[in-house]
Design a protein around this ligand. Structure first.
Ligand code: NAD
Ligand code: DAU
Length: 336
């Protein structure tokens, strides 16, 4: 049996990863350490929470005491816990530095102290900054973050690299592109737009909607992380991407088509400050070294995601009736 610690397992990607491990393997025992911030929702794991191979600890990754307990006798730590939304980091970056930087350092120390065999830092392509119209991010691209969120993730990556170099910690960093799929908090582009369109509410496109993101289904991200755990070279960084570049306007048009909604629901709003123009991942390293490939075609994954949100209206409503209301008002100047 492998004993693993997943942090941030009640969030979007973490919950998909925990479910993936518990449902596709019978040799893994998962401890999930999550602070249950606005983005952490135990409902995301309600269908697997009573499995004997699952344990939940409510706690903060920046709390060394609790982290030390959670990391004891673990074979691996997967750090998903983070403040993850760029727009919130523009409002206030304090908690981004605390969780993303200090929290990572606390986990790294615990991994050393508890002799955890492998530490995996779930990072992001945003640490590379922004691309022009051509080219791709490779693992050798310069770290050049532009938002407080991506700066905090880059700082965490540098800490991981320093622990690999200084202490010989067996760690990997994964840098993935934009995820979509079930259980994503509706502050992010795709679930925000789906949940608004399902209610015939306008969708706020920043600027002209020409910014490009490289979309990957969350389950493809999960299989990539599992491959890195299984066979990643000690100390290596792996880029993960969906090889699916789209402008925000293209994504919006696909959603309007799936939901049969009119273009009049598009609303151009003031642009995000410092908005990165384009992300595009070269993931040839993980493909050639670990034999991983993204499997879920965007159009199919998007249809299924729209259906998922339509079928989970209670989950959505509970979020929309909570703290989300204040956030939406602050960000978009209107009630959700
Ligand atoms: P999310 O915001 O949906 O979930 C974050 C989770 O972390 C929540 O459950 C929250 O309660 C928990 N958390 C926050 N602060 C914590 C703390 N101090 N201690 C313990 N738990 C805490 O995020 P997500 O979209 O699932 O992203 C997960 C990770 O993947 C993040 O590290 C993010 O940077 C990275 N990432 C995300 C994407 C994406 O497209 N969403 C892409 C690449 C990488
Ligand atoms: O690239 C990986 C990153 O992807 C992750 O590290 C982040 O955690 C994740 O949030 C995501 O960051 P983005 O900023 O790219 O995602 P977001 O969904 O916020 O925005 C995607 C694009 O859509 C971006 O160009 C901004 C635009 N956008 C977003 C929102 C929320 C809009 O036009 N309107 C909106 O209301």
């Amino acid at each position: 049996m492998f004993q693993v610690l997943v942090t941030g397992g009640c969030g979007f990607i973490g919950s998909n990863f925990v479910r993936h491990l518990l449902t596709t393997r019978n040799d893994v025992v998962v401890t999930n350490l999550d602070k249950l911030t606005y983005a952490g929702n135990p409902q995301n794991l309600a269908d697997v929470a009573d499995k004997p191979r699952y344990q939940f600890i409510e706690g903060d990754i920046a709390d060394a005491k609790i982290v030390r307990v959670a990391a004891r006798k673990k074979d691996a730590i997967f750090n998903f816990a983070a403040e993850s939304h760029v727009d919130r980091s523009i409002h206030d970056s304090t908690v981004f530095v605390r969780t993303n930087v200090l929290g990572t350092q606390v986990l790294l120390d615990a991994a050393r102290e508890m002799h955890v065999s492998r530490y995996i830092q779930i990072s992001t392509d945003e640490v590379y900054g922004s691309l022009g119209p051509t080219g791709y991010f490779t693992e050798e691209s310069r770290i050049a973050p532009n938002s407080p969120y991506s700066a905090s993730k880059a700082a965490a990556d540098l800490l991981v690299q320093s622990y690999i170099h200084t202490f010989g910690l067996n760690a990997n960093i994964t840098r993935c592109s934009n995820n979509y799929g079930p259980w994503q908090f509706p502050e992010k582009l795709i679930p925000l737009f789906i949940t608004n369109l399902l209610r015939d509410q306008a969708v706020p496109i920043y600027g002209l909607g020409r910014n490009i993101r490289d979309w990957i289904h969350v389950l493809d991200h999960c299989t990539a992380i599992e491959a890195v755990w299984r066979e990643g070279k000690p100390g290596a960084t792996y880029n993960i991407g969906g090889e699916c570049e789209l402008t925000n306007m293209q994504v919006t048009e696909k959603l309007l088509a799936i939901l049969a909604k009119p273009h009049s629901l598009i609303c151009h709003v003031v642009d995000r400050p410092g908005h990165d123009a384009r992300y595009a991942i070269d993931c040839s390293k993980i493909k050639s070294e670990l034999g991983w490939r993204p499997q879920i075609h965007f159009d199919k994954g998007l249809h299924e995601t729209v259906r998922w949100y339509a079928e989970h209206s209670r989950w959505v409503e509970e979020i929309r009736n909570g703290e989300y209301r204040n956030y939406y008002q602050k960000q978009y100047g209107q009630v959700a």
